[in-house]
Design a protein around this ligand. Structure first.
Ligand code: NAP
Length: 315
């Protein structure tokens, strides 16, 4: 079976992201008229992770397309945690930096709790990733907060696609601070009945198969197979896994598939946590790429505009 035989409706994250960008464009223009400058995102990129380079480049390109500014600061792989904290302190104190983004992962040499320390240091009003504990607490209490971009984008997509959240059984596989936990919280606030699963969950396929809305945020290629999915369920695939083994790509997607053709052109492909055969069981499914990824960037821009507006209102 190949992905080409899919029956699930494709949930188009790129189209949803384009809509989000058009919604925020007039807000950026209004802010720029009032403030005499564009909203600005301060970005810290430490080390030389190739994935991070691509993410940061895409974020800067998308913000420039909407007339926003970004200010990229780089640190070498050998930099100390103190160097990162110094840049965050500078962004915090700046009158013209509205949002702060610290690209993960930070270099190992900064220590195992470096990301936590850096997120703790970001001023909550500029915390466009929503990882500072003040924003996490506000999110849990359902108070206005800068919420993490990936889960907020997913809620936006479900709404846009008319997927009923209220009263639905939702299962989130993954309990990370950046995706799984905030995803569960946002679904709960929209009145879904939410279960969070992880590596110690017993009978994971059985639990997942109860879901009307299944979110996979695991980081394992094609982990979620058909038996995880109730027929007709909405499946959101957050995973982004690079495959560089041709045989694995062929086994998953089939000999004549577009994925295999893409592999032959590029030498690797990106795939999600959801097995391609799930497209024959699910009612609706996000593709990878073109699903959750574009939404995450659009929500980052939306959060930066909200942060800029919030700071302007206080001025
Ligand atoms: P993470 O911090 O590594 O968390 C992975 C979660 O999956 C953990 O809670 C882990 O459980 C669970 N898990 C791992 N193996 C499992 C298994 N065999 N059975 C059940 N649960 C298992 O990852 P993350 O940062 O949340 O990211 C998840 C994926 O989403 C990655 O592929 C990442 O690249 C992708 N992502 C994409 C975007 C986007 O914009 N598209 C944004 C963020 C992340 P334990 O807690 O028990 O270890």
């Amino acid at each position: 079976m190949t992905v080409e035989q899919a029956t699930a409706r494709r949930l188009d994250g790129s189209a949803a992201a384009a809509e989000i960008r058009e919604r925020i464009r007039p807000r950026i223009e209004a802010f720029t008229r009032r403030a005499g400058r564009a909203p600005k995102l301060g970005i810290l990129l430490a080390g030389s992770d190739p994935g991070s380079e691509i993410y940061v480049r895409n974020k800067m390109k998308s913000s420039a397309e909407l007339g926003m500014e970004s200010d990229l600061r780089r640190l070498p792989e050998t930099a100390a945690l103190g160097d990162a904290l110094e840049i965050v302190a500078e962004f915090n104190a700046s009158a013209t930096h509205d949002g702060i983004l610290v690209q993960s992962p930070l270099p190992d040499g900064m220590g195992s709790d470096a990301e936590q320390q850096v997120f703790d240091a970001i001023a909550p009003g500029k915390d466009v990733d929503g990882f500072n504990p003040a924003n996490v607490g506000r999110l849990v209490q359902k108070r206005p907060a800068l919420a993490p971009c990936t889960p907020s984008g997913i809620i936006d997509l479900l709404d846009r696609e008319g997927v009923e959240i209220s009263g639905a059984r939702a299962v989130v596989i993954g309990r990370s601070d950046i995706v799984g936990k905030p995803m569960a919280m946002l679904l709960l606030h929209r009145n879904a009945t939410v279960t969070i699963c992880h590596s110690r969950t017993r009978d994971l396929p059985g639990v997942a198969a109860e879901a009307d809305i299944l979110v996979a945020a695991i980081g394992r290629a094609a982990f979620v197979t058909r038996e995880f999915v109730k027929p007709g369920a909405t499946v959101v695939d957050v995973g982004m896994n690079r495959l560089d083994d041709r045989a694995q790509v062929e086994a998953l997607f089939g000999a004549g598939s577009r994925k295999l053709a893409a592999f032959d052109r590029r030498g690797s492909v990106v795939t999600g946590d959801v097995h391609p055969a799930v497209a024959q069981v699910a009612g609706a499914l996000t593709p990878v790429p073109g699903g959750v990824g574009p939404l995450t960037i659009a929500m980052l821009l939306a959060n930066t505009v909200s942060a800029a507006e919030g700071r302007q209102a206080l001025a």
